[in-house]
Design a binder for this molecule. Sequence first.
Ligand SMILES: N[C@@H](CCC(=O)N[C@@H](CS)C(=O)NCC(=O)O)C(=O)O
Length: 210
Amino acid sequence: MGSCDLKLYYFNLQARGELIRLILAAADRTYEDIRFDINQWSEYKPKMILGQCPVLELTDGTQIPQSMAIARYVARETGLAGINNLEAAKIDAVVDTQRDINETFYGKVFFEQDEIRKAEELEKFLNETLVKHVENLGKLKKAYSQNESYFVGNKLSWADLFVFQSIKALLKAIPQVKGKLGDQFKQLIDAIHSNEKLKAYLDSRPKTDF
Ligand SMILES: N[C@@H](CCC(=O)N[C@@H](CS)C(=O)NCC(=O)O)C(=O)O
């Protein structure tokens, strides 16, 4: 992967695109960050391999869809996916544990239209799902980390960026989440904010609602 040979197509949102942008920022990779508004989507949709985004396009025109496949690819290419197969698996386990949280939140709470159901699901999410999976993330960190900040080994990986982005998005959507997290993610968040490249990206990225 050369330095300026990538195009990332996504809405002008964080949502499913931001993890990829964070990985590329941490690795200091230049790429074309093609952001569009919902009213431009009809122009882009037919050009995307699955009619959805995000899509990463390589110089030869190869398109990679699916946000997590793209994230894993760019993480591997940039050295943020572990030093060997075992580390890669540990990183995947952290990612999948965070995905369990996200899937329950977005599937059962965030997109629920019925207000009563939404409130019930939120209660369940805060007191059951979140508690259990945050505890699970703690177990993985205890087993895999050799560093106070990062989940696996002693350096930043894409799992750290995924947990960071997911927790930030969750806190923005549901401020009560804060009370359920304690300071479990404090060191990770501090480490990411004090990473020069990530800080530069976080300070300069477009402000969006999601
Ligand atoms: N599993 C896919 C889901 C992709 C997806 O649902 N993308 C949405 C935006 S977040 C999209 O392209 N919506 C427009 C459409 O489907 O026409 C991924 O993670 O990339």
